[in-house]
Design a binder for this molecule. Structure first.
Ligand code: BEZ
Length: 212
């Protein structure tokens, strides 16, 4: 099944390093990042999971729960976590699904047969509290993810949900933003964007960061 932005994230039950997880119930009223890694005891994945563990405060600040997926069993994950903690100087406390039956990997199309028949690629799904898929990213096994980019996307999604704006190329939280072209009524702009705005073209209007 191919998943698209705007779809409801498929629900599932699967065992994990912290016990069985019912996905929608586990998300609750939070945001979630579901991300796959190809296999346990692999070098790039070891650095990725270590990075995510170190970044947990940044995820929590954004109200985001993190769930990793791997097609290896929970028993192997638990042994591997000791290695991750030791080599990356972290404490992996977020759950890793034991997806050896490939239930979740298949549901989320994380196995790309021209890459590998059995291992997942590096997929990332950003899911909002209504369980809607807001972002899908796919990286090859040989490329470790940039988690700063994932925070940048979450910051953009959370900001653009609150204000009628979009974020331009290379935007970082705090930078100027683009006013949605859907707002045509010039009189409304002053009230909506009290920090003012600059009209570079009628379709390209910039305003200072609208958040607090
Ligand atoms: C890794 O995580 O290091 C890795 C996994 C599969 C293929 C290549 C690298």
């Amino acid at each position: 099944m191919s998943l698209h932005l705007g779809d409801i994230a498929p629900d599932f039950s699967q065992d994990s390093t912290v016990g069985p997880i019912e996905f929608h119930k586990w998300i609750g009223n939070h945001w979630a990042v579901l991300f796959s890694h190809p296999a346990d005891y692999t070098p790039v994945c070891t650095t990725e999971l270590g990075s995510v563990a170190r970044l947990m405060e940044e995820f929590k600040r954004r109200d985001v729960k993190v769930l990793a997926v791997s097609v290896d069993p929970v028993s192997t994950h638990k042994e591997w976590i000791k290695d991750i903690d030791d080599t990356q100087k972290t404490h992996v406390e977020f759950p890793i699904l034991g997806d050896q039956d490939r239930k979740v990997s298949t549901l989320y199309d994380m196995i790309h047969p021209r890459q590998s028949d059995t291992l997942t690629v590096r997929s990332v799904f950003i899911i909002d509290p209504k369980k809607v898929i807001r972002t899908i990213l796919t990286y090859p096994a040989s490329t470790g993810r940039d988690f700063g980019e994932i925070f940048r996307i979450i910051d953009s999604l959370q900001l653009t949900d609150r204000y009628s704006v979009a974020t331009p190329a290379n935007w970082r939280s705090g930078d100027d933003v683009v006013i949605s072209p859907a707002i045509k009524d010039k009189a409304a702009l002053g009230a909506k964007f009290p920090k003012g705005y600059k009209e570079i073209r009628p379709y390209l209007r910039m305003t200072p960061y609208p958040g607090p």
